[in-house]
Design a binder for this molecule. Structure first.
Ligand code: URA
Length: 246
């Protein structure tokens, strides 16, 4: 699978990889270059096709988003989740095992509303997590994000691992405001990973210029933004489609 990278993204130092499922990057990633991973998984393509279809009703749209979220969280956790070694008594013998460390819960930050849809299956993927909601509405005239709910902790530990969920990275305004909010509370950009369904080069360029240490996991990059700030072909308004408020 190849991922088209626009000239702006390349100039901004965004590196894209379509082979996340082959394991962690072979070369040590450059901390000054944002990494965008588009896992080439057939199920990701399938559920993206379902989500893109305008005929898909809200319950199926939500199911598709939940599956996309599940796959992206698996990929994101691959070289990220911390484990500890232990031994368990199995039916036949003692086995050396590893568990995900419950003392290092991932801080999950859904950007409301649509960010919730990618986390429907997260509890079965992440054995231990804590969720901090962030709510933004987009002013449809200025396209600027307005923060209306902030459940972030006052201070993140510097090594907090933060998984941000926002399905549509369009103009980049909301996701940049959200990362700013986390960084102002002590989060380190190199420990923040974003899962999204569709990202635009405009948003990725903005993120990489401001926070080059970030990682983004996306199901697809769509090149075009329309005059209303919607991604084309995109999914339409992901929140409206999930919650039936079209
Ligand atoms: N938000 C959405 O839900 N869809 C877009 O295309 C852009 C922003």
């Amino acid at each position: 699978t190849t991922t088209r990278v626009s000239g702006n993204m390349r100039r901004a130092g965004v590196k894209t990889r379509a082979d996340a499922s082959e394991g962690p990057p072979r070369a040590q990633p450059n901390p000054n270059q944002m990494l965008v991973l588009v896992p080439p998984h057939p199920l990701l393509k399938h559920w993206l096709a379902v989500a893109r279809n305008v005929q898909t009703p809200p319950p199926i749209f939500r199911a598709a988003m939940a599956e996309i979220g599940r796959i992206l969280i698996y990929e994101c956790g691959r070289d990220w989740l911390q484990t500890f070694e232990a031994q368990v008594q199995g039916p036949l013998a003692i086995a050396d095992v590893e568990y995900v460390n419950p003392e290092k819960p991932v801080c999950v930050v859904p950007i409301l509303r649509a960010g919730l849809t990618l986390l429907e299956e997260s509890a079965s993927v992440l054995p231990s997590s804590v969720t901090y909601h962030l709510g933004y509405v987009r002013d449809e005239e200025t396209l600027q994000p307005k923060l209306y709910l902030n459940k972030l902790p006052k201070q993140f530990a510097e090594d907090s691992q933060i998984l941000v969920s926002d399905p549509m990275l369009a103009t980049g305004g909301t996701i940049v405001a959200a990362i700013d909010e986390m960084v102002s509370r002590g989060a380190s950009p190199k420990n923040i990973r974003i899962i999204c369904v569709v990202a635009s080069p405009v948003a990725l360029t903005q993120l990489s210029e401001r926070y080059p240490g970030l990682r983004v996991y996306a199901a697809m990059i769509d090149e075009v933004l329309n005059d209303d700030g919607y991604i084309v072909p995109g999914l339409g308004d992901a929140g409206d489609r999930a919650f039936g408020t079209m």
